[in-house]
Write a protein that binds this ligand. Structure first.
Ligand SMILES: *[C@@H]1O[C@H](CO)[C@@H](O)[C@H](O)[C@H]1NC(C)=O
Ligand SMILES: *[C@@H]1O[C@H](CO)[C@@H](O)[C@H](O)[C@H]1NC(C)=O
Ligand SMILES: *[C@@H]1O[C@H](CO)[C@@H](O)[C@H](O)[C@H]1NC(C)=O
Ligand SMILES: *[C@@H]1O[C@H](CO)[C@@H](O)[C@H](O)[C@H]1NC(C)=O
Ligand SMILES: *[C@@H]1O[C@H](CO)[C@@H](O)[C@H](O)[C@H]1NC(C)=O
Ligand SMILES: [Zn+2]
Length: 418
């Protein structure tokens, strides 16, 4: 009787968990050789439902750029024959995305040793963890709520460090884009390592004795949940305020810096829709308001994304260099070297505009314009083999290598007379 009942409940649960499936969905990689091929790719994107993985949108495509995009099983034959007809070479990076979605969860299945930092955690688990860690390690960690999402979930920030009042601080956010799961995994890892190594590792102890970290483990919580329950490749938030049928704003185009100018879209159906106005989104507003009210202490802004293995710094909205370009470039170079020293992973570095492509309304440019001189966007692993479906078995090495970069930046900023 009990087992029948349980079976019945399971059936109901499965019935209502209507996550999109991606059986035989494919990811193609092409490298347009000339302007004709670029415009062909752009027009293809207007005819066929294409989910761009790299770059973020067809708008960004230029000659000689490696372009990764996902299409449904139904469309993939059409895409393939159109590419052939037009003489565009392609590789198929993923033959069956559904398989890779399932294979990505290859990490820790043993739940008996508590919270796991080597698996992808759902929001409810992360949320409980923020409360627990602030309670258990209250001498080092405090939790604050900095706002609410569109769907009214509290956005939490963890303050880590021994400094009370307005000392130096580094602000770091993760999970602006929903499908980039390695990003929130890094914020969790960072907090764990900070607590574990405080009092043991002399560098970490020095850092946390002298400065605070403000960490938002997941900014776009609504989108993150959506990527778990409905659509693994969701990117934007879940706001529904435009007149169109399309949902969501790209939070990383919604900041008040050259908003809606270069390579952002005012079309709500685009993945890089910039919203109806700067800071129209509550998630953007929460981050921006917190930073504005702590400007006297925040010396660095770090934001974690994936994928493509890069360390980027301002500007994105213009090719102009910042006054401290040389210093930022040097710091990014040293950080990339530290990363490579561990597992040999190569991270490119440079300004966003010159290293990836121009884009406006991005959080790193905005933070820089607020006077935060050290502003970096990290694009974590990998370079497209797994893309957004980076297996859990790579969480640990990825976090370890990025940890080196973040600690190095923190020490640098701390030692610098500001
Ligand atoms: C699970 O973790 C616990 C505690 O760390 C350990 O004692 C146990 O052997 C592990 N089980 C497996 C199957 O690895
Ligand atoms: C954090 O909390 C754990 C569990 O209570 C404890 O073992 C550890 O010593 C604490 N560390 C710090 C730095 O507070
Ligand atoms: C601390 O940082 C310095 C350089 O900033 C480095 O040489 C040293 O190895 C680091 N020590 C530890 C324990 O990480
Ligand atoms: C968006 O909001 C409108 C009304 O404001 C509603 O009719 C529509 O169903 C909503 N769309 C979605 C997808 O929730
Ligand atoms: C999501 O985007 C909409 C605009 O489409 C915005 O109004 C809403 O506040 C955003 N939600 C979040 C959580 O950012
Ligand atoms: Zn991103």
């Amino acid at each position: 009787m009990m087992s029948l009942l349980a079976l019945g409940l399971m059936t109901i649960t499965c019935f209502f968990t209507s996550a999109l499936r991606f059986d035989s969905a494919k990811v193609f990689r092409v490298k347009p050789q000339n302007e004709n091929q670029v415009s062909f790719m752009k027009s293809l994107a207007s005819l066929i439902q294409m989910d761009f993985w790299y770059p973020d949108s067809a708008l960004h495509i230029v000659r000689q750029m490696e372009v990764d995009f996902h299409v449904s099983a139904e469309q993939s034959n059409t895409v393939e024959s159109l590419l052939k007809q037009n003489g565009i070479h392609y590789k198929i990076l993923f033959q069956n995305l559904q398989e890779d979605i399932e294979n990505q969860l290859d990490g820790d299945k043993n739940l008996s040793h508590g919270y796991s930092y080597v698996k992808y955690n759902e929001w409810d688990e992360i949320s409980d963890w923020t409360a627990r860690i602030a309670k258990r390690n209250s001498t080092l960690v405090s939790r604050f709520q900095i706002g609410n999402t569109f769907e009214n979930r509290p956005i939490f920030l963890l303050q880590i460090g021994k400094k009370s009042g307005e000392g130096k601080a580094i602000f770091m956010d993760c999970g602006i884009h929903a499908r980039e799961w390695i990003s929130p995994a890094f914020c969790q890892w960072f907090v764990k390592e900070a607590i574990r190594t405080y009092g043991k590792d002399s560098n970490m102890t020095y850092i946390l004795d002298n400065m605070n970290f403000y960490i938002v483990p997941v900014v776009n919580i609504d989108g993150y949940i959506w990527s778990w329950t409905q659509d693994r490749f969701w990117r934007k938030n879940r706001s529904n305020t435009s007149q169109s049928n399309c949902i969501g704003v790209d939070i990383n185009r919604n900041f008040d810096i050259a908003w809606g100018t270069v390579d952002a879209s005012k079309n709500p159906c685009e993945e890089i829709y910039c919203g109806s106005a700067p800071e129209s989104e509550p998630e953007t507003k929460a981050v921006a308001s917190f930073i504005r009210s702590h400007l006297s202490s925040i010396k660095a802004y770090l934001t974690m994304h994936s994928y493509s293995q890069m360390i980027l710094f301002p500007f994105g909205y213009t090719y102009e260099k910042t006054a401290n370009y040389n210093e930022l470039n040097e710091l990014a170079k040293t950080a990339a070297k530290a990363i490579a020293s561990l597992y040999g992973k190569v991270y490119k570095y440079g300004t966003s505009a010159s290293t990836i492509y121009p884009s406006s309304g991005c959080s790193d440019d905005w933070a820089f314009k607020q006077g935060i001189k050290y502003s970096f966007t990290f694009e974590l692993r990998d370079k497209g083999k797994h893309g957004f479906l980076l297996p859990e078995s790579q969480i640990k090495p990825t976090c370890q290598e990025i940890m080196l970069a973040v600690k190095l930046m923190a020490s640098y900023i701390l030692n610098k007379a500001l």
